[in-house]
Design a protein around this ligand. Sequence first.
Ligand SMILES: [Zn+2]
Ligand SMILES: [Zn+2]
Ligand SMILES: [Zn+2]
Length: 464
Amino acid sequence: MGLFATKPYEVGNSILVEEAYSWVTFRDNGPNICHTCFKFSKSLKKCSQCKFARYCGLDCQKKAWKENSHRWECKAIASSVEAKIPSIVRLAALFLFRALNSNDKDIRLVDRCRSFPYSYSNMDSRSDENDVDVLSRQRVDCLVEDLLRFIRLSHYPQHEVSELFEDNFVASLIRMLEMNAHTIYDSELNTLGVGFFPKASFMNHDCRPNCVALFTGGFHSVSGKPISIHIRCIRPIEAGEEIVISYLDVCLSWMDRLEWLKEHYQFECCCSRCKEESSLTIQQYSEKLVDWKSDWKFMNRMIVLSEREERASNMLRSFEYMNEAWDKCCLCIQTLYPNSPIFHWKQIQIASRLSYLCIVLKKYSQATEYLELYMKLIRDKPEWNYFPTVALEMLKLGKLYAYLGNLASAKKYLEKAKRIYANLVVKEDPIYQNCEKALYKVSIEYDWIVQQAENDVDGQLGIA
Ligand SMILES: [Zn+2]
Ligand SMILES: [Zn+2]
Ligand SMILES: [Zn+2]
């Protein structure tokens, strides 16, 4: 299954806008996010019964109660330790309540779950179960238990759901949502929650996608706007071509993508980019006698340590570990594997992390150096320029230069970022506004300075 274009599309075209069918916010986001429109606010109203659900206003509360099935789940939340309910379990319950309660056409969605393979081993042709399969099956079994408990505690008429609980239906439902639901993030790429979008869920993955998914909702402009997915075209698409997005950060190397997709989606990607990068990698490394895998492991180890220190707020230690990863990566590219795509992408990834750590540590000019390297590394790949991750780095770099007083460079990067965002988001999006405002300020200062310089030159020449 997949989604296919019935007519040609150009860069920036909007291909699909779809409201979420069911959705939940992530618990980690704290108490300040409206559970319906994801608007950030410090004065949200709590649901008087469960004291858990929060809304920015009456419209959002009504929408949650009616459309997102809060009227069924409220009691289940009130009578369980809400901290213990995994997001996917709540999402599955809300999905089920809505699908069972609406008109006939939603039965198609229920049937879609029913036919979904409920365990990893029956997802592909491998018949023998390995340790990973056993572990993931145990994990799904736990989620099934949680979901059954949640539904039993809910207000939903129990006799209507009991028949669905046979033949691994619940496991299929959980697997379907794990594979097909979308993580919801704002335009600064902060994750906010997870939602199920029936049409968008048909889109397959490609590491060289022709579209990107962005989201709009209350965090976006006005309150009460439902969470919607927005699919935008980032390179020309012909009629009949499959519409594909990337399930992961496109700036990851082939090795990292391989591992991530296996862990989260249990498939091996065979897109054109993976084929190119894997054949280059294997060809290159089979000629080398050196053990590249030990370098690779060392880098990953440093990155893991850096992330651990970051979580513990030891930013300086985190920076030091990331620096070690960087040194190793540069050494590998310079001396051992100059054309290697996997080390090349790793370098892009580390440069981005280092620039972030530099900003946290207030090493602003060093941060611009890493971001310049990032831009240099990404420059020979024009098709990557339309990714929200790249646009965000450009915006950051532009703002850093503005802060440091390098107005010419600030203007250059802010203009680039604005150009990309114009194709990705609507003009009301906070990131677009943010970009436009920064560019406006920088342009005024820049023009003034240029004007002054011209006046000075003219003055010296005795013209004015
Ligand atoms: Zn709201
Ligand atoms: Zn409630
Ligand atoms: Zn791929």
